[in-house]
Design a protein around this ligand. Structure first.
Ligand code: F6R
Ligand code: ZN
Length: 183
């Protein structure tokens, strides 16, 4: 039976989702194999196992009719020039789209469906639409500021992280002196 959901709110800030009930962080040690230069990632992890990104979310039943939502903070940093990023995933339910809204900083939303790849540059107040069926990953392209965004997606989306490992994103994002490069 569905859990009774009463109205509630949280407060989006540039640092966290005030009122969050669940917190997760991904450190360099959680990102084995995700960056192109695995040796560089392992060496960085040895000297300091930095936090790459943090996720603040509210518990909502993962069921059709509900809307899951969270705030992601990607720290500035690079592994051999490749910008810090999320692991990225597909949703198990290929009929579920998602919306990301930029809160602070500068990022790139990388999306992939089969051989088709799209990117959207995100800043504060950018509302980006991820169509159903597209794999998605976000990347912080600022040299020194966190990239923060809010996400909303259907409760029955499910997650498929393995697919993003088996069919890796074909583009990567590198920090450059004059900005960033997607290649
Ligand atoms: C949820 C979603 C985002 C990400 C978050 C962390 O569907 O796309 O909220 O979950 O930005 O990224 P991942 O989940 O790829 O570690
Ligand atoms: Zn998603």
């Amino acid at each position: 039976m569905n859990q009774v959901q009463l109205p509630f709110s949280t407060v989006i800030t540039a640092e966290e989702l005030k009122g969050f009930t669940h917190y997760e962080e991904r450190k360099l040690s959680d990102m084995k194999g995700y960056f192109a230069d695995e040796e560089a990632r392992a060496a960085m992890e040895q000297s300091a196992d930095q936090v790459v990104y943090q996720v603040y979310r509210v518990e909502v039943p993962p069921e059709e009719g509900e809307l899951l939502h969270c705030l992601t903070v990607i720290q500035p940093g690079q592994v051999a020039g490749e910008c810090f990023m999320t692991k990225g995933h597909y949703h198990l339910n290929e009929k579920c789209a998602e919306i990301y809204v930029g809160v602070k900083g500068k990022g790139v939303l990388l999306m992939q469906k089969g051989q088709e790849v799209r990117t959207i540059e995100m800043r504060e107040n950018t509302a980006a639409y991820i169509p159903a069926g597209w794999g998605h990953r976000t990347i912080n392209v600022s040299a020194d500021q966190p990239f923060v965004f809010f996400s909303v997606w259907p409760g029955h989306s499910g997650y498929d992280y393995q697919r993003a490992v088996e069919e890796p994103f074909v583009k990567r994002v590198y920090l450059r002196p004059d900005g960033y490069e997607v290649k």
